[in-house]
Design a protein around this ligand. Structure first.
Ligand SMILES: Nc1ncnc2c1ncn2[C@@H]1O[C@H](COP(=O)(O)OP(=O)(O)O)[C@@H](O)[C@H]1O
Ligand SMILES: Nc1ccn([C@@H]2O[C@H](COP(=O)(O)O)[C@@H](O)[C@H]2O)c(=O)n1
Length: 211
C-alpha cells in the first residue's frame, strides 16, 4: 500500500488558469484531505536588494526560484511532517517576514510556471497537468490581474511580458508540456478535464483507503 500523500503538479504559462484548475480540484475535496502549494511562494528572498534592482529581476527564469527549499518542503510533507511555508509579496518583489504553517495532507496540489522544469520535482509527482491557453488570452488576463492585484502599471506589464515572460515561456515553460500526463486546454472552464482529474484522484484515494 502507498504510504505517502498524492502530489499533483499543475503547470502552464502565466495566466493560463493554473490557479483556477487547482482551486476547482481543491474545492471538490474536504480541506482536511487536500492542500494547495504555490511555486511562487518559493521565489528567492531578495530582501537584501534595493527595490529598483528587485524590479529588474527575471522572475520567469528557473533560477529565480529557491527550488532546493521547495523540494525539501515537499519531501517533508510527503513524509507527513509540517513545514513553515514562505509568503511571497508581488508588490515588494520579495518574501514577507511571515511564514504559514503548512500541515501535511493526503493530496497536495503544487501549482506554478516551472514545476516540471526540474527533474527532482517531476520525480516527486504522481499526476502532472499542463494547462494550455493561447498567448493572447494569457496576456489579457495577466494585464487585468497584475494591475488589479499586483500593483503594476500597464506599461510595466507590457515591458515585462516582452522582455521576460514571453521569451522565458517559450524557452523554459512550453517545452515542459512533454512531461505532462494530461494537457488541459483553456484552464478553469474545462469542466470535462477537471471532472476527469477529480475522478482519478478520488479513485486513488479510495483504492488506498484514504477517502
Ligand atoms: N476561463 C477564464 N475566463 C476569464 N478569466 C479567467 C479564466 N480563468 C482565469 N481567469 C482569470 O485570469 C487570471 C489568471 O488566472 P489564474 O487561474 O490565476 O492563472 P495562473 O494561475 O495560470 O496565472 C485570474 O485573474 C483569473 O480570475
Ligand atoms: N516579483 C514578481 C514575481 C513573479 N512575477 C510573475 O509572476 C508570474 C508567475 O505567477 P502566475 O500566477 O502568473 O503563474 C511569472 O510569470 C512572473 O513574471 C512578477 O511579475 N513579479
Amino acid at each position: 500500500m502507498n504510504k505517502k500523500p498524492i502530489l499533483i503538479g499543475v503547470t502552464g504559462g502565466s495566466g493560463s488558469g493554473k490557479t483556477s484548475v487547482s482551486r476547482a480540484i481543491y474545492d471538490s475535496f474536504s480541506d482536511h484531505a487536500i492542500t494547495m502549494l504555490e511555486q511562487d511562494s518559493y521565489y528567492k528572498d531578495q530582501g537584501h536588494l534595493p527595490f529598483d534592482e528587485r524590479m529588474d529581476i527575471n522572475y520567469d527564469h528557473p533560477l529565480a526560484f529557491d527550488t532546493d527549499l521547495l523540494i525539501d518542503h515537499l519531501k517533508r510533507l510527503m513524509n507527513y511532517e509540517s513545514v513553515e511555508k514562505p509568503v511571497y509579496d508581488y508588490v515588494s518583489h520579495t518574501r514577507s517576514s511571515e511564514t504559514i504553517l503548512q500541515e501535511p495532507k493526503e493530496v497536495i496540489i503544487l501549482e506554478g510556471i516551472l514545476i516540471l522544469d526540474d527533474p527532482r520535482l517531476r520525480d516527486l509527482m504522481d499526476i502532472k497537468i499542463y494547462v494550455d491557453t493561447d498567448d493572447d488570452i494569457r496576456i489579457i488576463r495577466r494585464i487585468k490581474r497584475d494591475m488589479q492585484e499586483r500593483g503594476r502599471t500597464l506599461d510595466s506589464v507590457i515591458d515585462q511580458y516582452l522582455s521576460a515572460v514571453k521569451p522565458m515561456y517559450h524557452q523554459f515553460i512550453e517545452p515542459t508540456k512533454r512531461y505532462s500526463d494530461l494537457i488541459v486546454p483553456e484552464g478553469g472552464e474545462n469542466f470535462v478535464a477537471i471532472d476527469l482529474i477529480k475522478t482519478k484522484v478520488r479513485s486513488i484515494l479510495s483504492r488506498e483507503g484514504k477517502l
